[in-house]
Design a protein around this ligand. Structure first.
Ligand code: ZN
Length: 223
């Protein structure tokens, strides 16, 4: 069958595919000098072609290097960022916990283990009466006391009664002697007992009602 030539356009229509040939699909990175697909470059509104002149890889490496060389500046920037967007920090933490549940548990365990040990004092600021205690996990100890007091379940009856009467704000928690994290509990207990006995012998009013007999230093008994 013959085709009428006259019906064909005189000038061939622009081949739409031709257009794509004229748009560059690659670009040479100014840093590594490698010609790469456009997808390998980050977008940049301020440049003519809408892309950065360095490839993603080169930019990422430079960023990494900068972070390595400027740890303080980076920390300050992160702090400023999280101060401005506190919810981002919470979100990031949540995501991290979800992604690495075992890591988070391990961190918490290590944190607990590495806490300093200490002898502490809980003082009723209104009356001056205090409670002496010791703990190998000092950072969480005050919180535990407060929880028990709030629930009216503290095993020290005098302290509980005072709390019920004066309220939490009347009490002050302070560390009076700090020990390394690996200090054995017996060492702390002996010092705690010594302090309790010392105050007791001076007639200082305290909430402590008892001491463990086996925690009394033998040297004290012979004095
Ligand atoms: Zn590059």
């Amino acid at each position: 069958m013959l085709v009428e030539l006259a019906k064909f356009p005189k000038k061939p229509l622009d081949n739409p595919l031709k257009i794509s040939y004229t748009i560059p699909m690659t670009k040479t990175c100014t840093k590594c000098q490698v010609e790469k697909p456009l997808g390998e470059f980050y977008k940049n509104k301020n440049s003519k072609d809408g892309l950065f002149s360095q490839c993603k890889n080169c930019q990422n490496l430079a960023k990494q290097q900068w972070r390595k060389n400027n740890p303080e500046k980076r920390a300050a920037m992160r702090r400023a960022y999280y101060q401005k967007y506190p919810e981002k920090r919470a979100e990031e933490r949540r995501r991290y916990r979800q992604r690495y549940p075992e890591r988070k548990a391990e961190e918490r365990r290590r944190w607990r283990k590495n806490q300093p040990a200490a002898i502490y004092k809980i003082t009723n600021k209104q009356t001056g009466v205090f409670y002496i205690g010791c703990s190998t996990q000092i950072k969480t100890r005050w919180g535990k006391h407060r929880r028990e007091l709030k629930q009216d379940k503290h095993r020290n009856r005098l302290l509980q009664e005072a709390y019920n009467e004066y309220g939490l704000d009347a009490f002050e928690f302070e560390i009076i002697k700090e020990y390394p994290a690996d200090t054995p509990f017996e060492v702390l207990e002996k010092e705690e007992t010594r302090l309790i006995l010392e105050n007791h012998s001076k007639g200082v009013p305290m909430y402590n009602l008892s001491i463990k007999i086996n925690s009394i230093d033998e040297n004290l008994l012979t004095k």
